[in-house]
Write a protein of this length. Structure first.
Length: 285
C-alpha cells in the first residue's frame, strides 16, 4: 500500500529491510512501472498531447508484456523486462496496472472533483491498485483485507493531497471536492492560488478528519498480514497519521506550508507501531 517513497513516488511502498526479501524484486518492478508512468504524466516540459501519446505507448508496451510479446525498447530495460519476470513468477494480472495508467491519464485532463465520492473513485485507480498488488504478493485475498487495504491506500492518497496543496495549486489542480468548497463559501480558483484564511483552514481540518477516519477504518489490516509485511504496514499507517498531525500542528496552514516528516519522526513512529494492538485499532492514532 502507499507509503513513504523510495526515491520520490509518494504513493508506493518502501522496499525496505522489512519487506520480505523474496518479494523485493516484485515490489521494485511494480514501483518502476508506476514511477515511470507518473513521470510521463507529470515531469518535464512536454505538452498534454505529448504526455497522452507517451502514456498510450506505455500502455501498449504493458499489454505486450502481459501477452508475452516483445515491448518497445523505450522502457524495456528499466521497466518491462524486470516486470515480465515478476508477472510470470507471481501470476500478476493486467487490471490493476491498467487502472494506475487510467489515473495518470485522468490527471492530464481533470483538475476538479465535484464530490468526495468522485474523489474516492479516482483513488480507486490512483492508489488502491498498489495495495491490492501487494496483497496478491503476500497471498492475502480475503474481501475484508481488500476493503481495509483500499481504505488505507485511499487515506494515504488523500493525505498526500492535503500535504501538497502548495504544489498542486500552481499546477492548476484542486483535489478538494467542490461540495466541500461550496459548504465553506470558498472558490476553487482561490484554492489553486493558495489563498490562506480561516475558512480554508477550517476546511482543511475537516479534510484531515476525513482522511484520519478512513485510515483508522483500514488499520486492523496490520494484524492480518504475515510477518514483516504487517510490521511495515504499521509504519505506513503511522506515517500517514503523523503527516496529519504535522498539518494540525501548523494550524492547518498547508495551503502555504508543506508539512514533511524528518529523521526525528522515526522514533515516535516506531513506538506507535509497536503499540498497535488488535483491540485498539479504533485508536490507531
Amino acid at each position: 500500500m502507499p507509503a513513504v517513497s523510495i526515491e520520490h513516488y509518494e504513493n508506493f511502498p518502501v522496499a525496505s529491510w522489512l519487506c520480505p526479501p523474496h518479494l523485493r524484486p516484485a515490489v521494485v518492478a511494480i514501483y518502476h512501472f508506476a514511477r515511470t508512468a507518473d513521470d510521463l504524466a507529470d515531469e518535464g516540459s512536454a505538452t498534454t498531447a505529448e504526455r497522452q501519446a507517451a502514456l498510450r505507448a506505455y500502455r501498449e508496451d504493458l499489454r505486450a508484456c502481459f501477452a508475452g510479446a516483445v515491448p518497445s525498447q523505450r522502457w524495456a530495460d528499466r521497466v518491462f523486462a524486470p516486470l515480465a519476470q515478476q508477472i510470470r513468477r507471481h501470476a500478476l494480472t493486467p487490471p490493476l496496472f491498467e487502472a494506475l495508467l487510467d489515473a495518470f491519464e485522468q490527471d492530464l485532463v481533470k483538475t476538479r472533483y465535484a464530490s468526495r465520492a468522485e474523489l474516492l473513485h479516482y483513488c480507486e485507480r490512483s492508489a488502491n491498485p498498489v495495495g491490492r498488488l501487494l496483497l496478491h504478493l503476500y497471498g492475502v485475498e480475503s474481501p475484508q483485507a481488500l476493503r481495509q487495504s483500499d481504505a488505507i491506500c485511499s487515506a494515504l492518497q488523500l493525505i498526500n493531497f492535503w500535504q501538497d496543496f502548495s504544489r498542486d495549486g500552481p499546477n492548476g489542480r484542486c483535489y478538494v471536492p467542490q461540495e466541500d468548497l461550496d459548504r465553506h463559501g470558498l472558490l476553487a480558483e482561490a484554492w489553486v492560488r493558495c489563498e490562506d484564511g480561516p475558512q480554508a483552514r477550517r476546511l482543511i481540518a475537516e479534510l484531515c478528519g476525513w482522511a484520519r477516519q478512513l485510515m483508522q477504518s483500514g488499520a486492523p489490516l496490520v494484524h492480518g498480514l504475515p510477518g514483516r509485511a504487517g510490521w511495515e504496514l504499521r509504519l505506513v499507517v503511522q506515517g500517514g497519521l503523523r503527516i496529519l498531525e504535522r498539518i494540525e500542528a501548523m494550524d492547518h496552514a498547508s495551503l502555504v506550508h508543506r508539512p514533511r516528516l524528518s529523521a526525528l519522526d522515526a522514533a515516535p513512529l516506531l513506538w506507535r507501531a509497536l503499540r498497535m494492538r488488535p483491540a485498539q485499532q479504533g485508536a490507531a492514532a
